[in-house]
Ligand binder design. Structure first.
Ligand SMILES: [Zn+2]
Length: 65
């Protein structure tokens, strides 16, 4: 289950949706690394992405770890 929740950012503020200002998000952690990205030697791509999907409008806000 992935219940929408408030998200506290490293700066101490609550994440709010860029589009609708909602503050409830579903959390997903997606792997960015793919064979193609490795081939391109993109170091920043070899990381996880923390993704927060707005429960209202479904906009994705994502952050690299
Ligand atoms: Zn939204």
């Amino acid at each position: 289950m992935n219940e929408p929740q408030n998200v506290t950012l490293p700066n101490g503020r609550n994440l709010s949706c860029d589009t609708c200002q909602n503050e409830l998000f579903e959390y997903h952690q997606w792997k960015l690394q793919t064979t193609g990205m490795s081939f391109m030697n993109l170091d920043w791509a070899n990381r996880d992405a923390n993704c927060f999907v707005c429960s209202e409008c479904r906009r994705i806000h994502w952050f690299h770890t």
